[in-house]
Design a protein around this ligand. Structure first.
Ligand code: ARG
Length: 460
């Protein structure tokens, strides 16, 4: 253990399995850039505080340039006793510039603040990428909605044919959900982007370090204001994963709709070959694997969130090594989000849509509500109109014909207030355009939603 950074007080070595068990370098090395950036900002603050001389600071920066190059070119050699990215970088720095100066870098600093700083820097940049990808997904959805606004399809409740809607209305129903997620994400990023640097192991920094300047250098938008909280808090990851789980759930429902709509029985849409796979046994199969994976990965994202929450539950205040277990799920969560959003965007932008199939799936019974509404316009109470319309449906069923095939006499037979002009109800396009209140499926209302969504996506 005397090889370890903290080895001073130890007399016996670590169990070899314990070395491996404890070692996070295999995965946290992905943070090498953030770790070096954070160390340089920390060194500069110590220079300004009079802890390091200019020459010492310059040596540290030059040393890190060498270390960074090694990482960049895949030449960095991990040693058995590198526990994590922080110890690995510091160990290597001291090899490059000598222990005399290298050994001063960590003055007043703890890996507890260092790991939180590195993760926040990494996560902030990743989440900004997610924000851009999500904006793209919404933009693609919006532009399809504008272009394909004339397509009318069955709208479903309980997966039963309910009322006709515009295809664009369906598209925008999901874009609206994505846009709330976008708004939430922007909030999450604000809280991720706060600096723990200068908080020490738990109690703060004794060397008059200027935390504000350090935070600014690292692009943080503010400070964490309690050092015990700063080193023991993983809310920034938890909130990210709560966001990720919630977002993936939205994507999962979107995917589920498209899986249904792309089945032969529906045939409303067809996935591009680029996002489908075949069967090794059944030659005719073209499966919507991209969508099924989106649905499946939402379970994985949720699991990571739940796992992290269980890891944090019941930990004593400040840093405990359990917190190292927040790293791997975080490192998997973000690529899952990036990939999922880009796959969804790819699926949607290459999707073939079949408006004739959509129209063919409309059924006159989906206009039954129109008859009730027709009677309402004649002054009949809605409840009564609903009842009359229900009897029209029953009459058509009894005769074994679609509702719109009933004769004028049949209709009047059901209720004398059903004049010949009730036939105007049997018109899908009209039914759709009557829903013209804000948020409805009329052409105008749908285009209104487009404008609202553009405002949110572009952050206006
Ligand atoms: N690698 C650790 C982590 O990911 C940071 C090290 C802090 N360790 C410590 N024993 N104080 O959480």
């Amino acid at each position: 253990a005397e090889n370890m950074l903290w080895g001073g007080r130890f007399t016996e070595g670590l169990d070899p399995l314990m070395v491996a068990y404890n070692n996070s370098l295999p995965y946290d090395k992905i943070l090498w850039r953030q770790d070096i950036k954070g160390s340089i900002a920390f060194a500069r603050a110590n220079l300004n505080a009079g802890i390091l001389t200019q020459s010492e600071f310059d040596q540290i920066v030059a040393g890190f340039e060498v270390v960074a190059k090694e990482w960049e070119e895949g030449r960095f050699e991990a040693k058995e006793h590198d526990e994590d990215i922080h110890t690995a970088n510091e160990r290597r720095l001291s090899e490059v510039i000598g222990k005399e100066v290298g050994g001063k870098l960590h003055t007043g600093r703890s890996r507890n603040e260092q790991v939180a700083t590195d993760m926040r820097l990494w996560l902030r940049d990743e989440l900004r990428g997610v924000e851009r990808e999500l904006q793209d997904l919404i933009r693609v959805t919006i532009s399809r909605a504008e272009k394909e606004v004339e397509f009318i399809m069955p709208g479903y409740t309980h997966l039963q044919k309910a009322q006709p809607v515009r295809w664009s209305h369906w598209l925008l129903s999901h874009a609206t959900a994505f846009a709330s997620e976008l708004t939430r994400l922007r909030e999450v990023i604000k809280r991720v982007n706060l600096s723990p640097l200068g908080c020490g192991a738990l109690a703060g920094n004794p060397f008059k370090i200027d935390r504000e300047t350090m935070a600014t250098e690292l692009g943080f938008s503010g400070l964490l204001h309690n050092s015990m909280n700063a080193v023991g808090d993983r809310d920034f990851i938890m909130e990210t994963m709560q966001w990720g789980a919630s977002f993936m759930l939205k994507i999962s429902r979107w995917a589920e709709d498209l899986i249904i709509y792309s089945s032969l029985e529906f045939g409303f849409v067809r996935l591009a070959d680029a996002y489908s796979t075949g069967s090794s046994l059944m030659p005719q199969k073209k499966n919507a694997d991209s969508l099924e994976l989106l649905r499946g990965k939402s379970g994985r994202a949720f699991g990571q969130m739940a796992g992290l929450m269980m890891t944090i539950k019941g930990l004593p205040t400040t840093y405990n090594k359990d917190l190292q277990e927040s790293m791997e799920p975080m490192l998997d969560h973000l690529p899952t989000l990036h990939n999922s959003i880009q796959i969804a965007t790819g699926v949607l932008s290459t999707l073939s849509v079949f408006p004739d199939k959509m129209r063919a799936a409309l059924a006159p019974e989906m206009l039954a509500t129109e008859i009730a509404d027709y009677l309402v316009r004649k002054g009949v109470p809605f409840r009564e109109g609903h009842h009359v319309s229900g009897r029209v449906v029953a009459e058509a069923e009894r005769r074994g014909i679609p509702m719109d095939q009933l004769s004028d006499a049949d209709l009047r037979g059901v209720d004398e207030r059903l004049d010949a002009d009730v036939r105007g109800c049997f018109d899908y396009d009209r039914a759709v355009d009557l829903k013209d209140a804000v948020g409805g499926t009329s052409r105008g209302a749908v285009l209104g939603q487009v404008e609202e969504l553009k405002r949110i996506v572009e952050g206006r």
